[in-house]
Structure formats: structure tokens, C-alpha cells
Design a protein around this ligand. Structure first.
Ligand code: SAM
Length: 272
């Protein structure tokens, strides 16, 4: 089914019912839901597929929607939205409830994921980028810029490059909704886990890592080399975000209770 008809069906449901519909059809898309990429492509982003990965995305969509609502922010259907590190477009499927696909764009460093978005979400603008290049959009192009599980992987240098680009392409008064790993994730993955998996297993002194995190230091564990050398596991304290984002974006809210990663809501000031 064409995505404009999918969207008509999505609009006829509540957000909650649309999220449920996407999860229940994750293994076998129906005529009222978007096509899914092959399982091996879905697994490229988080090793998950089907109901498991769409269930995680539904959790994000509910927390994202609740955070906007709590801050009095509506997504009018003429708004433009960009997803940075869009993967295969998991989150954009949920956002079809809010926006037409023509108002959505996504960027990715993995060509197979860009191709998956182009094939399964036709009408959206999907662009392959290099990590250190400027984003391929004009200044002030988007009303909303989202990123899920991106800043939880970037080195401090890549984080700041990406943040600068996000700030540039967000219109004044536009919103940036990001996810980060925070203190509770360090506790769960490292302190409470007797056998942490990589890259947590490389941490020799969990108490020292937690202490430096509590002192406001960015924790980064590199997992890749070459073009992706600035990719790994990143845990970012609220204080670091407040300090380093302040000259670019106004941080409005954190949600540290979200079921997956924590959410950060920020706005580009009207006057720079
Ligand atoms: C954990 S995945 C999350 C994908 C998607 N947001 C989702 O939740 O389904 C992180 C994604 O960011 C992409 N990525 C890595 N570095 C990036 C960068 N510097 N700019 C844009 N995307 C990047 C990866 O290729 C990967 O698809």
C-alpha cells in the first residue's frame, strides 16, 4: 500500500493503537503498514529484528510523545523532521501518525541502511553521509531533529561535530529530541552485572568509572576503527550536556525514566 494510504490509516488510530499495530505486524507487514526490510538489514542497527526491535521503537515513540506533550509541544503536519542515524527508518514508521513521509528526512553512514529506507519508505529524503562532513541540508531546514541511540555511541569529538550540524539545520525555535545512555545504564550494564559484555568488559575499575561519570565526565569506549573510529559506547552525564550544549541549544527537559535510553529535549533559541 502507498505510504499516503498507510498514513490515512495511521491517522484513524490513536498514537497508542498505531504503535501497537506496527509491533503486531512487525514480522508480517499488513496492507495498512509500511514494508519492513529483510531481517539481516534490520539487525544491522541493534542485532534485533521483528517484534523485538519494533517493540523497542514503540517504547521510544511513547516516551517521545509523552515528553513533547508534557512540554506543550505539538507536531503539526506541515512540519519537517530529520532523523540523524536513521538506521532502516524504525522510528519514522511510528511518526507516520504525525507527519507525511514527504516531510521526513534521514541521514546514515551505512549505505545498506540508506537503501533500506529508500526502498521501504518511498517519498522520504534519505542521504548517505560521512561522519565528519557537514549535513547535506540548508541552515534552519527542520522543525524537529531526532536521533535515537546515536549520541550513546559517539566520541566527544563526533558528538560535538554532530551537535553543531544538528544546531545549524534546526530552525530557530525548532526542537531536537535525542537519546543518551545515563547513570542507570552504567549501573545496569556494569555495576550490577557480574559478567559485563563488550565494551563494558574492558572497564578495569567500575567504581572509578562511575565516580568520573558522577563528576560530569563523558565516558567513551571505542569499538570501531578507520572511518568509524569515533563510534563505540558513550555515556553522557546531564551536567556535560548542559555545559556543552548551552551555547547551541536550550536544554528543556530530560526523561531518565524512559524504558530504553534516556531522552533529552532541547530547542534552538529564536535569537542566537
Ligand atoms: C544503534 S543504531 C540506531 C539506528 C536508528 N536510530 C534506530 O534506532 O533504529 C545507530 C546508527 O547510527 C549510524 N551512525 C553512526 N555514526 C553516525 C554518524 N556520525 N552520523 C549519522 N549516523 C551515524 C549507524 O550506522 C547506525 O545505523
Amino acid at each position: 500500500m502507498a505510504l499516503d494510504l498507510v498514513r490515512t490509516r495511521a491517522r484513524a488510530l490513536s498514537r497508542e493503537a498505531w504503535a501497537d499495530r506496527l509491533v503486531e505486524t512487525a514480522e508480517a507487514p499488513a496492507d495498512d503498514t509500511p514494508a519492513m526490510p529483510p531481517v539481516e538489514v534490520q539487525k544491522l542497527t541493534n542485532l534485533q529484528s521483528g517484534r523485538q526491535t519494533m517493540g523497542g521503537a514503540a517504547d521510544w515513540y511513547r516516551a517521545f510523545s509523552a515528553l513533547l506533550e508534557a512540554n506543550g509541544i505539538a507536531i503539526d503536519e506541515d512540519r519537517r523532521l530529520l532523523d540523524i542515524g536513521v538506521g532502516w527508518g524504525r522510528m519514522l514508521r511510528f511518526l507516520l501518525h504525525d507527519l507525511p513521509i514527504e516531510n521526513m528526512a534521514g541521514v546514515e553512514v551505512n549505505p545498506a541502511l540508506v537503501a533500506a529506507c529508500q526502498e521501504t519508505l518511498p517519498g522520504g529524503e534519505f542521504v548517505l553521509i560521512e561522519p565528519k562532513d557537514p549535513l547535506p541540508f540548508e541552515d534552519d531546514s527542520f522543525d524537529f531533529v531526532i536521533n535515537n541511540s546515536l549520541f550513546s555511541h559517539l566520541s566527544p569529538e563526533q558528538h560535538m561535530h554532530t551537535l553543531d550540524q544538528i544546531t545549524r539545520v534546526t530552525r530557530p525555535g525548532g526542537y531536537v529530541i535525542s537519546t543518551v545512555l545515563s547513570r542507570r545504564h552504567v549501573i545496569k550494564s556494569l555495576v550490577e552485572n557480574p559478567t559485563p559484555g563488550p565494551p563494558w568488559s574492558q572497564v578495569e575499575d567500575p567504581a572509578a568509572l562511575l565516580a568520573s561519570f558522577d563528576a560530569g565526565e563523558f565516558v567513551f569506549m571505542q569499538t570501531r576503527q578507520g572511518r568509524m573510529a569515533d563510534y563505540g559506547m558513550a555515556v553522557v552525564p546531564d551536567a556535560w550536556i548542559l555545559n556543552n550544549w548551552a551555547s547551541r541549544l536550550e536544554v528543556l527537559d530530560f526523561d531518565h525514566e524512559a524504558p530504553g535510553q534516556s531522552l533529552v529535549l532541547a530547542r534552538k533559541p529564536l535569537i542566537a
